[in-house]
Design a binder for this molecule. Structure first.
Ligand code: ADP
Ligand code: ADP
Ligand code: ZN
Length: 226
């Protein structure tokens, strides 16, 4: 069965961390708008350069650019079995564009998992975030350090700090989230799709809560263990 899930929540809420595990457990494909922009930048494409000018300031990349990129990604064969959206949609306009595009292929959003985390925790999580250059795994110097400092546990790759994870830019990204993205909570609540999850709990607890919320959509092998 095809299902599409959105992970909604502020920067630092744990969307990327959870999406990677959920993708492994459910077989759905993880699509992260921020990762796509960072990959485009590494490849030196025009899209990457354009996105960087917004990301560096902690602003949102314009809707039409993000929407085009995501709809192209979702049209790839590996997305046919269902997608976990991470970091998209972030505006009302993006949400509507996604819904319309899915509907054209008889698809829909089946669940929106909203990770709630208080602001002061978010700032610490963002400032402490380290990301693997090679495999994209995420660590945190305060909450979830790698075993060897600066080295990825999973692949031995080098860890780096994202340039937009400085305290100043992070604060601005949180402001942008509150004005532009937070209204989507109500948007999806009205549609009866929203599941609120306590994102302050530890990583494994959150994964389990998400799998429980998705329970009725999942194959028995992906169900959370009691
Ligand atoms: P997002 O994709 O929502 O911006 P990430 O998944 O990158 O968030 O997580 C932000 C930071 O917080 C990372 O450094 C990550 O290791 C850490 N983190 C994620 N989930 C938790 C958690 N439940 N408890 C403590 N730290 C967490
Ligand atoms: P985080 O989860 O920590 O906020 P992301 O990797 O999702 O980080 O996003 C990093 C940056 O990429 C954002 O601050 C924004 O500039 C850009 N971006 C990512 N997704 C979107 C989107 N859906 N709409 C507009 N800009 C986006
Ligand atoms: Zn790695």
């Amino acid at each position: 069965m095809t299902i599409n899930v959105i992970l909604l929540g502020p920067p630092g809420a744990g969307k990327g961390t959870q999406a990677k595990t959920l993708a492994e457990r459910t077989g759905l494909t993880h699509v992260a708008s921020g990762d796509l922009f960072r990959a485009a930048l590494r490849e030196g494409t025009e899209l990457g350069m354009l996105a960087k000018s917004y990301m560096d300031r902690g602003e949102l990349v314009p809707d039409e650019v993000v929407i085009r990129m995501i709809l192209e990604r979702v049209a790839q064969p590996d997305c046919a079995a269902g997608v976990i959206f991470d970091g998209f949609p972030r505006t009302q306009e993006q949400a509507v564009a996604l819904q319309e595009s899915l509907a054209e292929h008889n698809g829909k959003i089946d669940a929106v998992l909203y990770l709630h985390v208080p602001n002061e925790v978010l700032l610490r999580r963002i400032a402490g975030r380290q990301t693997c250059k090679v495999c994209g795994a995420t660590y945190n110097i305060y909450y979830f350090p790698s075993h060897r400092p600066g080295i990825c546990d999973a692949c031995g790759g080098k860890l780096y700090q994202r340039s937009d994870d400085s305290l100043e830019t992070a604060q601005h990204r949180l402001d942008v989230y509150f004005t532009q993205t937070r209204p989507l909570i109500e948007h999806y609540q009205r549609q009866g799709l929203l599941h609120e999850i306590d994102g302050q709990q530890d990583i494994a607890w959150v994964t389990d809560a998400m799998l429980k919320a998705l329970g009725r959509f999942l194959e028995p092998s992906a169900q959370p263990k009691e």
